[in-house]
Write a protein that binds this ligand. Structure first.
Ligand SMILES: Cc1ncc(C[n+]2csc(CCOP(=O)(O)OP(=O)(O)O)c2C)c(N)n1
Ligand SMILES: [Mg+2]
Length: 390
């Protein structure tokens, strides 16, 4: 990792010395356009050749990254279809457009590392190795879902895959992840805790308390802010006095980096460096992944209209992370157009099969209502909620 990508309070990054007046200027922007573009100019994505971008990764792993992003996209398209048919109920937030973030960063983890995220989580769950069938069955609220059909879209979980959810309270997962990172250090394990959150959560108190403690105790916590520019319908520059999220790390003398969240290899590069530091006992890193969602906030929000225009979305779609990576793999001879199409047909088939699997999975038994809760049944068949009568 080059010097320019990390910073501590002692050694601020040159490219991120954004004057306060810039933030004020960005705030005056009504459309949300000027802020993001200006901020990108300030951040440092190094100019790399194709070879450097691929970081010596084996062709097989590069193809797997492509496969995972394609599967994520097709799986979520199938999810949207099933939702429209009424097979999935409740809240449902899709990740379409943001695939490179979780796919790149989780490829840079080992299987025994932990992942935790918010409610836009289907792809993180898949990437941790939960099968498409178990994720889709969870979306359908069925017994074969990874949370036995009791969690739904926002509360997937799998201890077996070190996937710790799936959290609906904005920012609520960050202190929990801090606790896991503390556990890793306390037990002297060689593991990393990777936690994701949306940009709208970073002005919450719990985020700052967690970062401070993680830095103070040099915990192996890698915090990835998925900056997709909107918290529901509120543009980031209308909600925050500071545009550049990675700068928040300076308050805690913590390493930080900006990653191109539309580039799976940039995500891999930045995350890998953060994991190496965490394993070496050098403490936490804050990563700001700049990305964009091509779909509405949730299934009940239109793609464009009120807070962003159709043209805004179309402009960002030109940076589709799947297209960008497919072009790289084609021109370097790693994956031809034909091979890509075959791969696409395969993941579409898997997505269809996951929906069939979910359809055929039973509803959870009523008795499941009383398991995995913070209470136990007493002799009268009533629930103890405070455990005092045990
Ligand atoms: C504590 C809390 N406040 C408000 C909400 C309602 N809410 C759900 S999603 C959301 C926007 C969060 O945006 P961001 O963190 O940027 O994540 P994104 O949806 O863009 O992935 C809000 C305000 C909530 N779930 N929890
Ligand atoms: Mg957001």
């Amino acid at each position: 990792m080059s010097e320019s990508e990390t910073m501590t309070a002692e050694a601020p990054r040159e490219d991120q010395a954004a004057p306060a007046s810039d933030a004020a200027e960005a705030q005056q922007t009504e459309s949300g356009e000027a802020g993001p573009d200006r901020a990108w100019q300030q951040s440092a994505k190094p100019e790399l050749s194709d070879e450097e971008r691929m970081q010596g990764l084996e062709p097989e792993q590069l193809r797997k990254m492509m496969y995972d992003m394609l599967l994520a996209r097709r799986f979520e398209e199938k999810t949207a279809e099933s939702y429209a048919l009424g097979k999935i109920g409740g809240f449902c937030h899709l990740y379409i457009g943001q695939e490179a973030v979780a796919v790149g960063a989780i490829h840079a983890l080992r299987k025994d590392d932990y992942v935790m995220t918010a409610y836009r989580e289907h792809v993180h769950a898949l990437q941790c190795g939960i099968t498409p069938g178990a994720v889709m069955a969870e979306l359908y609220g069925r017994a074969d879902g990874c949370s036995k059909g009791k969690g739904g879209s926002m509360h997937m979980f799998s201890a077996e895959h070190n996937y710790l959810g799936g959290h609906g309270i904005v920012g609520g997962q960050v202190p929990l992840a801090l606790g896991v990172a503390w556990k890793i250090k306390y037990r002297k394990e060689d593991r990393v805790m990777q936690v994701y959150l949306g940009e709208a959560a970073v002005n919450q108190g719990a985020f700052h308390e967690s970062l401070n403690m993680a830095a103070l105790w040099k915990l192996p916590l890698v915090t990835i802010v998925e900056n997709n520019r909107f918290g529901m319908g509120t543009a980031w520059e209308r909600a925050s006095s500071l545009y550049d999220i990675s700068q928040k790390a300076t308050a805690y003398a913590m390493n930080s980096a900006v990653a191109d969240g539309m580039d799976v290899l940039d995500m891999y590069r930045v995350a890998k460096a953060a994991h190496d530091r965490a394993r070496a006992g050098e403490g936490p890193t804050l990563i700001e992944a700049r990305t964009y969602r091509f779909v509405g906030h949730s299934m009940s929000d239109p793609v464009s209209g009120v807070y962003r225009t159709k043209e805004d979305v179309e402009r960002e779609k030109a940076k589709d992370p799947i297209r960008i990576f497919a072009d790289l793999l084609a021109r370097t001879g790693i994956l031809s157009q034909d091979e890509l199409e075959k791969m696409d047909a395969e993941v579409k088939q898997i997505s269809e099969e996951s929906a069939d699997f979910a359809d055929n999975s039973p509803e959870p038994a009523v008795s499941e209502l009383y398991t995995e809760i913070y209470a136990e049944e007493n002799v009268n068949g009533r629930l103890y909620f405070d455990m005092r009568n045990r």
